[in-house]
Design a protein around this ligand. Structure first.
Ligand code: ADP
Ligand code: ZN
Length: 636
């Protein structure tokens, strides 16, 4: 059985790797090395080239010409290069102001010999100059370039390091139509909207408040279970007021580097202050704003700095500045008291799980873009989804649309919505999870046990569905829903619930004489309920006493507020409650053994029993099903 709803949401975490800049740096170094290597080889080859050419004195050169060993001469400034008959090149130097011809004549080379030798004169002495200088200058230029380049890279890396401190806030600009949300998009939550309307007012027209000397709140804390629309409401405030919305999650302050949190806070506030009027929204503020506990040692130091910085920033800006800091948490009990002081988050707004009417209106908000079949009745869906948050309802709608699309239908039917309730509540069906006939029988009797006990106890919720098809973690389940919206649990309801939880255990024991691991979760749930009755709600013989401090998170550190001897009394009391519940469940199962068989056999046959069929089964076996007042009238 899985009547407990698991709402532990898997927190999406984005891991930001620092590999990017590193890789870039690596390739940069590689290119640098390559370029240096190329320059060096080039310079070396130039050097080599100049070495190969043999330089000889002018006199020797003249002799060679005379001997007709030279085929052509090239003059470039004072440099004379010549090609010999054997194709080798020789070089020489002439005086600056005389021509080669004159020089050679002066060395006694005959005019006829000169005439047969090809002489070309390249007049550009400048080029020669460059030619000689480039091999030396170029590497220097390249080296300079390299240094500049590397320096640039390092600077880039510095910038990267700097940006770790910059806030990672996501910003929604007021003119961003696609992202804009207004109060109309948030269904229900009437009181919260009324409270926040004042903040909108202030952001829009601060003057009238300031003129009259009114203190405007700086910080608004939204408290409520996950998915109750805290983020949505904060965004709606920004949307209504038409101001930019800076959004950052508490867990994003400290990512990889301890100590960046504080500077991120600073950046976030600086950024927001530049664009007032504005809203800063810090989601999951409990991630940084937990009570500073000395027993944790140095562990939470970065977090503490972040928290301190938030406090400093909130104290730092004038109340006349048009900046509102909003924060959300589902654990207000663990928040540091410093955050809640006047001038900080002194406005607190609680968001409850939506009641039936609100659920219906949330459903209709989410239905907007989906074509509906005519049979859809959102009221019924709202009735069947107590305990669902806005986010749950939104995903229910989505699941239904997916189901319809997968079955090639163009509109969402009531049937899709109903199936989606269970999917959202318990996870997807695991049809592939095939039970052996023996397991099937055990599961059927187990669930039948729950259902029968629930139907016979006056204060247990009526059964809505029984199933032996595995779903999520549960092998089978008995779905029970309260007749009416319930805000308070009575002692009688607790006791019946505990007995109902033990129904599966008792049935297994009675029928098979043995227990499987199946009821382990039932036992946990039942025991936790019994313990809470004793230690939290004063619903036991021990009398009105709260024996555990608020907030389960602190249980690791809190000092027990009672003696060992008293602890034994608590345990004995829990045991007594459990035993009595077991006794009641046992009596029912023994007394109505025939009905148990009927339910179990039917379950093995059809695998799912809906409320209507189940009630028929009960009636034919002499048990009157529980009905709401108005339902009773109808059925009469
Ligand atoms: P929280 O910040 O409290 O965890 P969110 O504001 O992120 O919850 O809500 C999650 C989703 O649930 C929203 O995107 C929206 O689709 C849906 N939702 C929650 N509350 C409402 C509501 N009152 N009206 C319409 N949709 C809602
Ligand atoms: Zn069970």
């Amino acid at each position: 059985m899985a009547r407990t709803k698991f709402s532990n949401k898997i927190k999406k975490s984005t891991t930001k790797t620092s590999l990017g800049p590193k890789l870039r740096g690596l390739s940069q170094q590689l290119i640098t090395a390559l370029v240096i290597f190329m320059v060096l080889t080039w310079g070396y080859s130039l050097l080599q080239k100049s070495k190969v050419i043999q330089t000889i004195p002018l006199s020797e050169f003249a002799t060679l010409v005379n001997q007709k060993q030279i085929t052509s001469i090239e003059v470039e400034g004072d440099n004379v290069t010549a090609i010999k008959i054997d194709k080798s090149t020789i070089a020489s130097k002439k005086e600056t102001n005389t021509s080669v011809v004159n020089t050679l004549l002066a060395y006694g080379v005959s005019t006829s010999t000169l005439a047969s030798t090809k002489i070309t004169v390249k007049n550009d002495t400048g080029l020669a100059f460059w030619g000689s200088i480039i091999p030396f200058v170029l590497p220097i230029v390249f080296l300079g370039f390299m240094i500049w380049w590397l320096a640039r890279g390092i600077k880039g890396a510095n910038m990267q390091a700097l940006s770790f401190g910059q806030s990672r806030a996501k910003i929604i600009h007021p003119d961003d139509v696609k992202e804009k949300i207004t109060f109309r998009d948030v269904a229900g939550a009437k009181e919260a909207k009324e409270e926040l309307a004042e903040i909108v007012e202030f952001l829009r027209a601060p003057k009238k408040f300031i003129d009259i000397g009114a203190q405007i709140p700086k910080g608004v804390l939204l408290m409520g279970a996950p998915g109750t629309g805290k983020t949505m409401l904060a965004r709606a405030v920004a949307g209504e007021a038409g101001v930019p919305f800076f959004h950052l999650s508490g867990s994003e302050f400290e990512e990889m580097f301890v100590g960046v949190g504080a500077s991120r806070v600073r950046d976030l506030f600086d950024m927001a202050k530049k664009s007032v009027p504005a809203i800063i929204f810090i989601d999951e503020i409990d991630a940084v704003g937990r009570t500073r506990s000395p027993s944790l040692g140095g562990q939470g130091e970065g977090r503490e700095q972040t928290l301190n910085q938030i406090l400093v920033e909130m104290d730092g800006f004038e109340p006349t500045i048009n900046l509102i800091v909003m924060a959300a948490t589902n654990r207000p009990d663990v928040l540091d008291q410093a955050l809640l002081r006047p001038g900080r988050f002194d406005r607190r707004i609680t968001l409850d799980l939506p009641d039936r009417n609100d659920r219906e209106s949330i459903l209709s908000v989410h239905i907007k873009k989906k074509p509906l079949a005519e049979d859809v009745n959102l009221k019924v869906i709202a009735e069947r989804t107590p305990g669902f948050s806005g986010a749950d309802l939104s995903s229910l709608m989505n699941e239904a649309a997916i189901l319809a699309a997968r079955e090639e239908r163009t509109s969402v039917a009531q049937f899709d919505l109903i199936r989606s309730i269970e999917k959202v509540m318990l996870g997807p069906e695991r049809k592939s999870h095939i039970l052996t006939p023996a397991e099937k029988k055990i599961t059927a009797y187990h669930e039948a046990g729950h259902a029968l006990v629930a139907s016979c106890l006056p204060d247990a919720d009526p059964v809505h569905k029984i199933s032996i098809i595995a779903r999520g973690h549960a092998g089978g389940y008995t779905l029970k829903l309260p007749l009416d919206e319930r805000r308070l649990m009575s002692r009688a309801t607790f006791l019946d619930d505990i007995a109902m939880s033990l129904g599966g255990y008792v049935a297994e024991k009675e029928i098979f004489g043995d227990i499987t691991t199946g009821p382990s979760n039932d036992l946990q749930v039942a025991t936790a309920m019994a313990r809470a009755m004793v230690t939290k709600y004063g619903m036991s013989e021990l009398g009105p006493m709260a024996l555990v401090p608020e907030g389960e998170q602190r249980t690791v550190f809190y000092n027990k507020e009672y003696s060992e001897a008293f602890g034994e009394k608590i345990d004995a009391e829990v045991k007594r409650i459990m035993d009595e519940a077991w006794q009641r469940a046992h009596n029912i199962i023994l007394e109505k053994r025939n009905v148990l068989d009927v339910i179990a056999v039917e379950l093995m046959r059809v695998e799912n029993i809906e409320r209507e069929e189940f009630e028929k089964l009960l009636l034919t076996n002499g048990i009157i099903p529980k009905r709401k007042k108005e339902e009773e009238l109808i059925s009469l």
